[in-house]
Design a protein around this ligand. Structure first.
Ligand SMILES: Nc1ncnc2c1ncn2[C@@H]1O[C@H](COP(=O)(O)OP(=O)(O)O)[C@@H](O)[C@H]1O
Ligand SMILES: [Mg+2]
Length: 361
C-alpha cells in the first residue's frame, strides 16, 4: 500500500494541508517543534485510528478546534486500485470510512493501510518486558497468516474464562473444558508464530548484516510453556499454583523473543545506536516478509531517523530504505544530514511552524 495523497485538518499545530507523497522515501525535515512528528501522527491516525503519543485522540486535535480529519488515497500494492480512507474524530467519537462507506472495526482500517512505526520509543522493543515483543510478533503473523487472528481471539477468550474460573475457586473438573480449548488454540498459535519466524529470520539476518556488519544475529523464540509437553497437561497439573496467584501462568500469552548476537542477548552487547539499527532491521524484516508473502506493502514511518546514528550508519539506513521500493516517511531536523545523492528522485517536504511545503527538486 502507499499513500498517493494525504489531506489533514485540525491536527496538532499543522495548518490544513494536502500533500502528494512519493512511493519511495519521503523526507520531512524542519526545526524542532515545526510539526514533523505531528505529520507522522496524522498518518498513524489514518492507519490505526489512534495516536502513538497519547492513549486518547483528543490531545491530537488542534488547540481551539473541535475535531480532526485525516483523509488518504491509498493505492493497493496488490490490485493497483485506489481507496479513499478517512478518519474523523470529534464530539461524536471516531468515525472511519473507506470510499465513503463507514467501517465498523479498526481492524478493517488496519488491513487497508498497514503501518510500521519506528520512533524514540522503539528501543523499548528490546529493553522492556515481553509484551511489546509479543505484540510485534503477532502484528507480523496477523498480516501474513489469515487464520491467526481468529485463533488468537479464541485463545484469549478461553484464557479470560479460565482466569475468571480460577479466581472464583471453581473445581478442577470445571476448568477442564477451558483447558482443552486453551491447549488446542495454543498449539495453533505456536505453530503460526514458528512458521512466521522461520520466514522472517533470514530477512532479519540480511538487514542486520547490511546495517551493522554483524553476521551472527538471530531471533530466539520462547513459546510460553516448557517444551516437550502439551499445555493441557501443564495446566491441569499446575492449576493449584495458578489458583494461588490468580491467573494462568503458562501459555502463548507468555511467549517472548530474545534477539541474540553471537549467542548473547543483544541488550548485553550493543550500543544505543546499534540497538536502534537492530530494531530497524526487525521492522524492515517484517515489512519485507509481508511484501513477499502477501504482496501487500506496508507504509513505514520513521521519526527522527538520524537520532543516535553517526553519519555512516544513518546513510546506510537511508540507502537501505531507498532500495526497499516501499513507501517510507522519514523525519529529520535537516535534509543535509544525509548524502544528497541518496535523496535524488525522492520526495522532500519542509515543515516550518506547522506549514508543510513540497520542496522536491
Ligand atoms: N493540540 C495541539 N494544538 C496545537 N499545537 C500543538 C498541539 N499539540 C502539540 N502542539 C505543538 O505542535 C508543535 C509541533 O510538535 P511536533 O510535531 O512534535 O514537532 P517536531 O516533531 O517537528 O519537533 C509543538 O510546538 C507543540 O507545542
Ligand atoms: Mg518530533
Amino acid at each position: 500500500m502507499s499513500l498517493t495523497h494525504l489531506a489533514l485538518r485540525g491536527v496538532r499545530n499543522l495548518a490544513d494541508t494536502e500533500i502528494s507523497p512519493g512511493c519511495s522515501v519521503n523526507l520531512i525535515w524542519g526545526e524542532n517543534g515545526s510539526g514533523k512528528t505531528s505529520l507522522l501522527e496524522a498518518i498513524h491516525v489514518l492507519g490505526r485510528a489512534k495516536s502513538f503519543r497519547s492513549s486518547r485522540l483528543s490531545p491530537v486535535i488542534q488547540n481551539g478546534s473541535d475535531s480532526l480529519v485525516v483523509v488518504g488515497r491509498v493505492l493497493s500494492s496488490s490490485h493497483g486500485t485506489e481507496t479513499t480512507v478517512r478518519v474523523n474524530f470529534g464530539a461524536s467519537g471516531v468515525e472511519l470510512f473507506a470510499d465513503r462507506v463507514p467501517l465498523n472495526r479498526v481492524s478493517d482500517l488496519v488491513l487497508r493501510l498497514p503501518l510500521i512505526l519506528i520512533n524514540t520509543d522503539s528501543h523499548r522493543l528490546l529493553e522492556d518486558g515481553p509484551r511489546l515483543r509479543r505484540r510485534f510478533l503477532d502484528w507480523g503473523v496477523f498480516h501474513v497468516e489469515h487464520g491467526f487472528f481468529g485463533m488468537w481471539k479464541r485463545y484469549y477468550r478461553a484464557l479470560r474464562q479460565r482466569n475468571s474460573a480460577i479466581r472464583r475457586q471453581m473445581a478442577p473438573s470445571q476448568l477442564a473444558a477451558w483447558e482443552a480449548e486453551l491447549s488446542q488454540a495454543a498449539d495453533h498459535i505456536d505453530e503460526f508464530r514458528r512458521q512466521y519466524l522461520a520466514l522472517m529470520a533470514p530477512w532479519f539476518a540480511r538487514y542486520v548484516s547490511k546495517l551493522l556488519d554483524i553476521n551472527a544475529a538471530e531471533i530466539d523464540y520462547r513459546r510460553g510453556w516448557p517444551g516437550g509437553r502439551p499445555l493441557m497437561a501443564i495446566l491441569a497439573e499446575e492449576a493449584h499454583l495458578d489458583r494461588q496467584i490468580g491467573y494462568t501462568r503458562q501459555g502463548p500469552h507468555r511467549a517472548d523473543l530474545v534477539i541474540k548476537i553471537a549467542n548473547v542477548p543483544a541488550q548485553q552487547v550493543v550500543s544505543r545506536g546499534q540497538q536502534k539499527l537492530l530494531i530497524c532491521a526487525l521492522h524492515l524484516a517484517q515489512a519485507a516478509l509481508m511484501g513477499e508473502a502477501t504482496r501487500t506493502r506496508c507504509v513505514l514511518l520513521i521519526d527522527d531517523l538520524a537520532a543516535e546514528l553517526d553519519h555512516e550508519h544513518r546513510n546506510r539506513l537511508l540507502s537501505l530504505l531507498v532500495s526497499l521500493g516501499q513507501q517510507v516517511f522519514v523525519t529529520a531536523t535537516e535534509h543535509n544530514l544525509f548524502d544528497q545523492a541518496l535523496l535524488v528522485g525522492q520526495k522532500l517536504f519542509h515543515v516550518e511552524r506547522g506549514k508543510i511545503a513540497d520542496v522536491t527538486t
